[in-house]
Design a binder for this molecule. Structure first.
Ligand SMILES: [Zn+2]
Length: 366
């Protein structure tokens, strides 16, 4: 077949032009990746009623400000109980007394959104599996099934929740526990596959008694120590809306960072509530900055935004940390915002793809 190339004169000139265009476009990508502010280690594309930002719109929201991002929905669906809320449709767990339930379809939904992207666009995302009940011994089987159904997609599991203020008690199911064999099975499977584990577990109960030891710290550390081969990120360093940093929080984190049996555990400083505590005062800011400067390989920045409508909303938490950034050593800041994410998730991608090659019969078209 003969192709007419009137405007370019000859096939050779055309090929040369294509080369120039390709060079220019790859140059643009390189410039973007050098200049972006951060990689997002904690991001929800959809909300508590499984609605959210179209992934193509989200790419525009990331623009050249954010390099890569994790990608997950929310494993829990807020029920709209007409008996309880009438026509007032709740969209957040705090909007209603009606329960939450595990919504496994979120994983298929995230996988399909990811697959709707081009190869270059996909490279910017690390999708995570969340649609399982961590109190169920079969949770690990769900994850295996998701990897088998959507090979080539996922890099981690989470954010999933064991103890979370206002949420745990609302879940229409047996209460999750850090001492549950089901959770051990889950983390064993994560270690086997290389899936990064992003776990939310408050360090304490809400409105804890002054001076009492943090309710869940010992159980949590014991859980982490039982799974030395899993790569674990402890979301929000265990604090929440009313679960304030316990008095010795900095000492607790430092002790964990120094514990050789916890060298596989990382800490994310995502969520506006965490930023609120860290930037609250000169002292809290300096303490946090000193910790990150001393152990720059162990902390990750994330937004914890849920289905942001525009870039301003998406960068809210990054901007909230505005007074922390100048206190960080340049190298530590770079690791917190970008480098640690890349190291952890690049390794996970390679491991999970290798597991899939060995365990998924037909590795799919992509
Ligand atoms: Zn979150």
């Amino acid at each position: 077949m003969r192709i007419r190339l009137t405007s370019f004169g000859s096939p050779l000139a055309c090929a040369a032009l294509i080369c120039v265009v390709l060079l220019l476009s790859s140059g643009t990508t390189a410039a973007q990746s050098k200049d972006y502010l951060f990689n997002d280690s904690h991001f929800h594309l959809t909300n508590y009623i499984q609605e959210g930002t179209d992934i193509h719109d989200f790419l525009k929201v990331m623009g050249n400000k954010v390099g890569r991002s994790t990608l997950f929905g929310i494993p829990l669906q807020q029920q709209w109980s007409y008996r309880v809320d009438g026509d007032r449709a709740p969209s957040y767990y705090l909007n209603s007394d009606a329960p939450l339930y595990y919504y496994s379809f979120t994983d298929a939904s995230i996988a399909m959104a990811y697959r709707s992207l081009s190869k270059e666009e996909r490279a910017r995302f690390d999708p995570m599996i969340t649609g399982f009940n961590p109190a169920d011994m079969y949770a690990a089987d769900h994850i295996r099934r998701v990897l088998q159904t959507f090979p080539g997609v996922f890099s981690g599991i989470g954010e999933f929740t064991i103890h979370k203020e206002f949420v745990s008690a609302k879940i229409e199911s047996e209460l999750a526990s850090l001492q549950d064999k089901a959770l051990d099975r889950l983390l064993d499977f994560a270690a086997e596959t290389g899936l990064v584990v992003l776990i939310h577990n408050d360090v304490d109960v809400p409105f804890a008694k002054e001076g009492a030891p943090p309710a869940y710290l010992d159980q949590l550390k014991a859980l982490f120590k039982r799974h030395p081969n899993a790569t674990i990120i402890w979301a929000h360093i265990g604090v929440g809306r009313v679960v304030r940093p316990v008095k010795e929080q900095a000492a607790i984190v430092e002790q964990m960072v120094q514990d050789p049996e916890l060298s596989h555990v990382y800490f994310d400083i995502s969520w506006s509530e965490v930023a609120k505590y860290i930037v609250a005062s000169e002292a809290s800011r300096t303490n946090a900055a000193n910790m990150i400067n001393r152990y720059p390989d162990r902390f990750l920045f994330g937004t914890d935004e849920v289905a942001p409508a525009n870039q301003e909303a998406y960068l809210r938490v990054y901007n909230q940390y505005g007074s922390l950034w100048p206190l960080l050593d340049p190298a530590a800041s770079e690791k917190l915002r970008k480098g640690n994410y890349e190291r952890i998730f690049d390794q996970a991608r390679a491991k999970v793809r290798a597991w899939e090659r060995a365990h998924v019969k037909r590795s799919g078209s992509d």
